[in-house]
Design a protein around this ligand. Sequence first.
Ligand code: ADP
Length: 582
Amino acid sequence: MKKILYFLTCVCLFITGCQKNKTADNNRYQADVVVIGAGGAGLSSALHAYDNDVSVIVLEKMSYVGGNTTRAEGGMNAAETQFQKAQGIEDKVSAMVEDTLKGGKETNTVELVEYLASNSSDAIDWLTELDIDMSGVAQGAGATYPRMHRPNDGSKVGSVLIPGLMKHLEAKGIPVLHNTKAESILLDNNKNIIGITATKNNETITIYANAVIIASGGFGANEEIFSKYKPELKGFKTTNHPGATGDGIVMAEAVGADIILMDQIQTNPTVEVNTQTVISESVRGKGAILVNQEAKRFTSEMQTRDVLSSEILKQPEKFAYLIFDQRIMDSMKALQDNYKKGIIVKSDTIAELAENLSLDPQTFEKTLNDWNTIVKIQNDTQFNRSTGMDEDLSQAPYYAIKVAPAVHYTMGGIKIDTNASVIDTEGNIIKGLYAAGEVTGGVHGNNRLGGNAIADIIVFGSQAGKQAAEYAKTLTPLPLMLITNDSETTYRKGTLKDGVYEASSKGHLGEITLKVTIGNGNIQTIETITSEDTPALYEGALNTLIPQIIQTNSADVDTVTGATNSSNAIISIITDIIEQAK
Ligand code: ADP
């Protein structure tokens, strides 16, 4: 079998080497589309490219996937969705456009905002088809209607989204190369995109590709860049993961891309001060308030992020307490997780909470009583808050989180059009180069509304994937190939039918049932559903056979000595599944 693999590899190398006039080597990576970054935008684009019948490789510089997307707590804005309709919310695409432009002080690229809003409902449907729950709908700041879609069980949106997308990449066999940092975009003599260079284990590799998608996120973890563009942020903490260093912007600029709005950097107003955990604005949307060290409210808590950040920084102590009750705690899993992390103060009474926060108890009690009256009469004469006040704060125990603004999101970046094509400094598209997500500029203008980052990465990530695939298909195909000096790993498009299969066979003591996932035409995963065999023998056999079966994509493997019956059962199940998948 190994010989066949080697032969196939050589044939591929020979064919593609001739077609693209590139010499074959033994350290060759290629795909029709290469995606830089395995955050929400990158994973969405990879799935769409694959579904449009091209080969795809994803590069991720960190040892983990998910980027800043994993950290997203709130949700995804979308208008006119099935879930809004089910709840009788009469939102409009035009209202989402208006709110987004208003939030971005009309500095957004209007066509991008229109594309975002018009495709947001389809994006929710796509995620729903992928079994990613976005059925909860919450009110977000700056939104005329509730349109922030999120997992109904109150989970953090990012923690559901990334594993949900990754499951499908794995099932389709789309390789994600971890610890692989894209360094530059490669052009040929005619300035056509021909791939990228990257570093992996201190070695430089070249990945040949017909189209490149930059989905490497923003630069919120790169103090040098953010304080260069906005000096007043020097020394600011960040909510970003360490990989958000703006690499994609630097790479795109080097091949002529236009870079816009770089000084538009958003601080998140409610970040827990010790752990930099973002506390979603949906907590305020559900009725939480902010108080200062004088135990008083000082602003409408539903202002946009920029205004609220600056209101908090106007307080002498430069932080505030986010106050809520048991009702809100019960409704948000993210808060319950944060409580377990030890970043939330809990007290049985209002007076006790005041004492724990060193606030004046009488003033604090009055602030809460006043707030509950405001909710009752639905009229906040002092600060004009008009949303997120459906229910009061009266259900003990009471909670507080100490919050302050931190660098959260970078609105500026690579200029794109509605095809997610990168635009150069002359206003022309750079053929074969696409970008999506936080690495781009224009969608949010100079201020992003909460819930629009996830909308952006899914809508434009999907578009980048589709468009990159369409473009790649106009060129000579580059079958997926990852051959490295060290591992001799070859990813081929196999011939089996993708899907999840189950089969059973009798082992030594009883029935064994396995679940096998086939993606990219190859066996990807083998899991036990049931086994009545002696666990030690069965698992020993399975653990020995799984890598061989996956590597050969066949049941053509030897039984394991001492576990012949279990081995034979496993081999017979795989044979059966391969038959089903032919
Ligand atoms: P978005 O929300 O736009 O999808 P994320 O921050 O969620 O952005 O994801 C971007 C991903 O790109 C992160 O996982 C980050 O580590 C990765 N990344 C950043 N720079 C590079 C690079 N040079 N090469 C490969 N991956 C990168």
